[in-house]
Structure formats: C-alpha cells, structure tokens
Design a protein around this ligand. Structure first.
Ligand code: ZN
Length: 288
C-alpha cells in the first residue's frame, strides 16, 4: 500500500462568499498545479448568520470561531446572512459558475441545500424534513448542472439515522460524509464511504499547520484532504499551495474523488455504521 501515493482533494463550498470568491480562486490554484478536485457544493440559502445562535448555545464553538479568525475567513456580511441580511442562494443563484467547475475538468457534487440548518439542527430533525432537504437540493443541483449528482458529502461531516435513510433513497456512486480513518461501506446504504482522513488546515491552526499535514502524507498511501472554498480559496490560499507543492515533492498524484472511490469499490471493505465523535480542533462532533 505505501508505495501508492494518491491524494484526493475534497473541496466543500458552504457559503455564498465561498462560491463567488473562493471557487474561482481555487480553480486558479488547481489549474496552476494541473490537478483535479471534487467540489461539493451548497445550493440553497446561506444562513451563516444563524451560527450566532449556535455560539450562544456553545462557548466551545464561539472560541473556535475566534481562534480560527472566522471574520477573516467568512467576512462580516456572511456573519449577518439569515439574520440581519436576507439569506442569499448559493449554487442555485450561480449556475454558470457550477458549470464552469465541470467545464474546467473538476467534479461537482452535492453537499447541501441549507448547510447551516443541517449543521445546527440535523440531530433534532425528523425523516420528512431530511427528505425535503435532499429533494430541494438535488433538484437544484440538476437544474444547475443538467444531470444528477454522483456523490454526496454531508455538511460538517454530520449524520443521523434519518440522514442515512434519506441518502439510501437516491442513487449515488459513492459517499464522502465522514472523518473515518479509512474507507468502508456505510451501513444502511450499501455505498462506499470515502472519508476525509487528513485534518483540514483549520484544525491544525491554519498556515502554521502545513507541516503537520505533510507529516501525515510522508508515510504514503491513499488520502483525502478536506478543503474549504472559504479558507483555502481565501486567506489560506498560500498555505494550500504549500500543501500541494509538498504533496508533489512527496511523489503524490492528485486523483479525482471518483477514481479513489472506484479503487475502493474493487476492495473487500467492511460494512460499518457511523458514530459521532469529537475530533481535535472541531467544535461539534463528526461522523466517523
Ligand atoms: Zn460544508
């Protein structure tokens, strides 16, 4: 295994600003390195401002936002969307940009309808709400891109039993919804789950954390790096380029997520249920 060196880039787009400013910036970076990424897009309302309610409930989340320079990452307008400013649509309002991602040779997949609401209240939502969230999101995806999505990546790597049941109601080639250490078949879906096994920059302290990510790559193998359009397409553009340069120096080939999923389908993978766990550097539990 360790002579294989493959890196998947899973880019999440969570906000309007991440879509409008982060995506074009990342497209430029990926073009410079001539590599392919998989963009997991949010389509519906950007309710980022509602995070303020989550901060009031969770001091840990407030500390994380301050520690990671959230205003610098997301901008002050984003901090008011869905509260003092109306929530703008993300992918649904920018179909040309959605198409441009595929036009430049990358993969565009389904990440969210309303990212913020999933992140803050999925665990309290019943099956009908979750199904409606998927129906709206997938319909919007198809309108923007002209075909069905092939993969789903859950917002904030958060899952519930109702979410797993809803996922099983659609056709997917693979999932990328957890932070597990290695791929597995997600119980209840029969689908390959290709987790983001590396930490994201945000979790290792931003720019200064690049060496920690490269250390993880030094051992070789197949890895998936989680990237956020808001961060690596914004104030952490340079550290992201450092990671790409480092990965190339270590002999990595950047592969599309669909190719990594294809490699996984060929293996005998264990079937496992997800469980929620708090990872270092994250304010809320993630599925592993
Ligand atoms: Zn996300």
């Amino acid at each position: 295994m360790s002579d294989e060196r493959i890196l998947g880039l899973k880019v999440d787009v969570d906000t309007r600003r991440g879509m409008e400013e982060g995506v074009p910036s990342l497209l430029a970076t990926l073009a410079e390195f001539r590599v392919t990424g998989a963009f997991f897009l949010s389509f519906g309302p950007d309710n980022s401002g509602k995070a303020v309610y989550a901060m009031l409930r969770s001091p840990r989340f407030l500390m994380k936002m301050l520690r990671t320079n959230a205003p610098g990452l997301y901008g002050w307008r984003t901090a008011l969307y869905g509260t003092l400013l109306p929530a703008p649509m993300i992918g649904a309002a920018l179909p040309d940009l959605c198409k441009r991602i595929e036009g430049e040779g990358h993969e565009a997949e389904f990440h969210a309808w309303d990212h913020r609401t999933w992140q803050d209240s999925l665990l309290r939502k019943k099956a009908a709400w979750v199904r409606d969230w998927f129906d709206r999101g997938v319909e919007s995806y198809e309108k923007c891109l002209g075909h069905a999505p092939r993969a789903f990546g859950a917002p904030s790597w958060l899952l519930s039993d109702a979410a797993v049941a809803a996922i099983a109601g659609y056709e997917w080639d693979y999932l990328s919804t957890t932070r597990a250490g290695e791929p597995f078949i997600l119980s209840g879906t029969g689908l390959v789950e290709v987790p983001s096994d590396l930490p994201c920059l945000e979790e290792v302290g931003g720019a200064s954390g690049v060496p920690r990510i490269l250390e993880r790559l030094a051992g070789g193998g197949v890895h998936v790096l989680p990237v956020h359009a808001e961060a690596e397409g914004g104030i952490w553009r340079e550290p992201f380029r450092e990671i790409l340069r480092g990965a190339v120096d270590l002999g990595y080939r950047m592969a599309p997520m669909s190719e990594i999923a294809g490699l996984c389908w060929k293996k005998e993978l264990p079937e496992r249920a997800f469980r929620l766990e708090r990872l270092p550097g994250r304010a809320f539990p993630c599925a592993v």
